[in-house]
Ligand binder design. Sequence first.
Ligand SMILES: C[S@@+](CC[C@H](N)C(=O)[O-])C[C@H]1O[C@@H](n2cnc3c(N)ncnc32)[C@H](O)[C@@H]1O
Length: 205
Amino acid sequence: MGFYSNAIIPFFYDYSMDSKKINEGRKSILSRIAEEEILEIGFGTGINLKFYPQNVKRIIGIDANKGMLQQAQKKINNGRIEIELLEQSSESLPFPDNSLIAVASTYTLCSIKNINSALKEIHRVLKPGGKYYFLEHGLADNPKTQKWQHRLNPLQNIWADGCNLNRDMKMLITTAGLKIIDLKNYYIKRDPKIVGYMYEGIAIK
Ligand SMILES: C[S@@+](CC[C@H](N)C(=O)[O-])C[C@H]1O[C@@H](n2cnc3c(N)ncnc32)[C@H](O)[C@@H]1O
């Protein structure tokens, strides 16, 4: 991983992704977590920490980028939540089958290179009945926007460190064997449509 990914991107994300309009979605999905323990994949710089509800007592945060976790570490203040950070790709999770009760991700599925493996891993480690909470941007609902998403994807991939604009999150999540029990699709107000089409919901194993 180069200097741009490791050093520049973490600062840029920590600033740009902690905005009011993005945080509305974070609050909305994370406030629904009913479990005490959760694995967050693509933990990033830890922006979600301030939105976890009171019932959450332990978080395992996984990210493939050490620079992201270094930024996240600064937000950990030995408060009410026990937090363990692991530098690890979510394409291969270091947990036994059927061992976790809940997994979460926000703005992460767009960036994982082998997205099918990562989602299969989430399915594998969840206990039957375990929940996957997600807030992800992806393929829009109209052909005109989709066309631009496909066109601009190679550029987005370069400047946004592997981010894809055109992933159909509903299809990918269900293909991995997870059953979506709740899904809200919407555009983030005043965001360009190519990056602002959201998939917010819960899937169950
Ligand atoms: C756009 S950032 C979002 C960070 C955070 N989830 C948030 O909502 O602010 C995408 C994150 O996914 C991480 N990521 C990309 N590929 C990954 C992989 N294979 N395994 C784990 N994390 C990965 C990146 O390092 C980055 O921190």
